[in-house]
Design a protein around this ligand. Sequence first.
Ligand code: XIL
Length: 306
Amino acid sequence: GQLDKLAKEAGLLYFGTAVDNPSLNNQNYLRVARDPAEFGSLTPANGQKWSNTQPSQGRFTYGSGDAIANIARQAGQQLRCHTLVWYNQLPGWVSSVYNRDQMQRIITAHIQNVAGHYKGRCYAWDVVNEAMEDDGRYRNNPMYRAMGVDYITHSFKIAQQTDPDAKLYYNDFNIERCCNAKINATIAMIRTIKAAGAPIHGIGMQGHSRVGMSPSKREMKETMARFSELVDEVAFTEVDIRHTKAANRRRRKRATRARLHGSCRGLFGDAKYSWIPQQYPGEGEACLWDRNYNKKPAYHSIVGLL
Ligand code: XIL
């Protein structure tokens, strides 16, 4: 086994996982999550999101994010930070702001505080998360309503000023299969914000998928090639593969195999604490360990690919 070790030997940057706070008192879970040979990188699944870090204006709380960051530090794992500006898990006091200058000041203060708190500790930051719609339009979120696309450019500039060593990522889902409307629009958006002076180093493909629905190797290679023309790094950031029943081994393997080809820079999976069962009831077997911390066939097929 030992996914991170094998990933690095194969020339990838790391193999990581997300960790959520409720899992932290579960020693069986932690034994896997803090094993640096399996996971070279940890990401707080929720702890660094706006609703956790600035629940009310000017009150910053870092307990949840710090708990995961500290585990990573103790275990010698990298920290991948997620996320600064996202329409979801965004407190109401932000989403009710419609004034451009006010929103700009709020974003500035948020990034300066949060990225400032973690300065020097984040290998990468997902600066902006999920800004595009599947049909290629900009997501009409509170930041977009107040500032238009400038909110994205602005966020990257402030993140760069605040933590100049962090790799700054744009992160989204359904941008793996080349080349749908969302991918084309994402490429256009990245060009737009770069032209406006946004420093951006990476694109994160979340990689949420379903057995039998995974993009092909060719489709993913094409996407990664196109993104690589714009940024230095491309990562799979939130890989999970949903399936309703215990899908048979062959199909599970195929889904995993398609996902791993190409020059991906990072991955994460998880076990019992995956978000999938809450969001998609009955489709919870989306990750690499089962809820008893036994490795699933998907784990072994990844090992076979690395
Ligand atoms: C999910 C978390 O895992 C859940 O615990 C939470 O309830 C909702 O958010 N895209 C993202 C992640 O970028 O932050 C989301 O994480 C899953 C979708």
